[in-house]
Design a protein around this ligand. Sequence first.
Ligand code: GLA
Ligand code: ZN
Length: 673
Amino acid sequence: MPETSPKGLTRLAFGGDYNPEQWPESVWREDVRLMREAGVTMVSAGIFSWALLEPARGEYDFGWLDRLLDLLHEGGIRVDLGTPTVVPPVWFYREHPEALPLAADGTRYEFGSRGAICHSNADYRAAAANITTRLAERYADHPALAMWHVHNEYGVPVSACYCDSCAAHFRRWLATAYGTVEAVNEAWGTAFWGQRYTAFEQINPPRTTPTVGNPAQALDYKRFADATMRENFVRERDILHRLAPGVPVTTNFMTALSQCDSVDYWAWGREVDIVTNDHYLITDGRRTHVNLAMAADLTRSVAGGAPWILLEHSTSGVNWQPRNPAKAPGQMARNSLAHVARGSEGAMFFQWRQSRRGAEKFHSAMLPHGGTDTRVWREVVELGASLDSLSTIRSTRTQADVAVLWDWHSWWAQTLDWRPSEDHDPRERADAFYEALYDRHLTVDFAHPEADLSAYPLVVVPALYLMTEAAGNNLKEYVENGGTLVVSYFSGIVDEHDSVHEGACPGALRDVLGLTVEEFSPLLKGDTVRITGPDGSELTGDVWTEFVVPREAETVWTYADGLTAHRPAVTRHRLGEGTAWYVSTRLDAHGLDALLGWAAEDARIAPRADLPHDVEVVRRAGESGTYLFAINHSPSDAKVPLEAPGTELLTGERAAGRLEVPAGAVRVVRLDG
Ligand code: GLA
Ligand code: ZN
């Protein structure tokens, strides 16, 4: 992917979704004046405007958008212009009701919300291509145009449609992937439960069945649905590339939000010109800044390490969670700058002016209902100035310490029905390992299981149930060449078709881990097991245990009770120049920290004991220098050691030795040299 930035944008991106069609044009002038006051550099417009742009089939009204873009251009504000294909107008649906998606149980979704699209529908595809073409023809040379924003958040709220068009499309997809129906039978294991097909025409989407359906079919359908959305993105992108050469194309991802788990962003990252992401704080009681850091690291990773843009987050509360707390004073800036630390070239929001009507009127915005005499507005203006002082950071790259393996296909496979325990949640393990690394002040790159890992001293595999033979070999080579690997239970079990690898589990990892697993033995709800370590220390596991048979591996921690008592809980395998650790139960935060401590020693990663808890320290480096971000999420003032003196960019002050970071504050030091 070429490293690109929005055309004509010379500062960090700062602004938000701008939906001015909700207000009379007199308000637009006021908007642009206030945008300038806040230091807004770019807005996303037109994302939901199809019904206004094409009020009836073949009738267009671009006048208002012309005036809007001209006005923004006069104000010096760049525009990330939407293709409005996430909400076709009602006239389109009344002409083509079958473009509304069908749920697995046959329910047809109705018009009146957003994102109700059957991505296989030929009429939708044609209409989307048409409106995209019209927009590109009209605005390709508009001086305000910085970037194209195709669609909105592919994958939500509907991730798959189960209609007849999709069935036909699925059969074509299967024919391309497998060649023959016999190959499908083999891959899906249809010999079991008498599911054998004799022609592609007999195969349907995995619609509602009386009990559990074929898991490999369900997994392939997730791949198909993802690929189908991507086809539609690529179709729009190619129109835009052809008609507006030189203008980058993006679509906003939601990388680490479990609300959107139906999109394989490794594949999407390769298709966009600039990776952009939306991130909202999930207020379920967990530390929101840790999930934020994870989302930012994952976004940077799907961008191949290149800079990316945070296209949406919120100034304060959202309105789509069960409880939507406001952000604390200072939290918005901390959130924004934490994204920047991890590679974002700015911080944008949903949305510019808070709605008075419609579904999101209680969602915060840059300009609240209360106008400019509000805390949120004052913080927005302050953030604009902060981002302005960081302009030279553009094109530098975040420096990572370790890698965590991540694969949406594996995640999809693990969430299918009839697994050994419903309490095992692969996403929970990924979050927990990430949090343990975060608390050790290690910056994480995420990596695909088949990616080159040689740059990382430590690679962590939280729960990768599906792992190809190639991925297993990749990890073996990584360890043989001196890497340190940590693998959590229920990894390396099945291949890409959800078929258990031949021989004893974990087939893809037996060699690198030097062990086999004879049986899984998940625990009952609330049960725990005790584990004792070589130094007599004790840890606790829950949810899962296994009967591990060490082959070449040594046992480090042993189960002290339960069905697996006296058997290995944690093992270590020296292989070639490296080491592979395995843990067969779900460790709590304390246990994970202990395990990672041992592994970090093997990987020769020095502990960052001098950094206080909840003070995030991340570096970006490149041609313009090295920038150290210190973000204090804790309620106490903190001190962060600097490896060189430098200039603190938000205050303009010189900094040396130990940098003071007041409680809740952010400091960004450009180190000398
Ligand atoms: C998503 C959408 C926006 C808006 C926000 C609200 O990210 O892209 O249109 O609905 O959520 O949080
Ligand atoms: Zn469909």
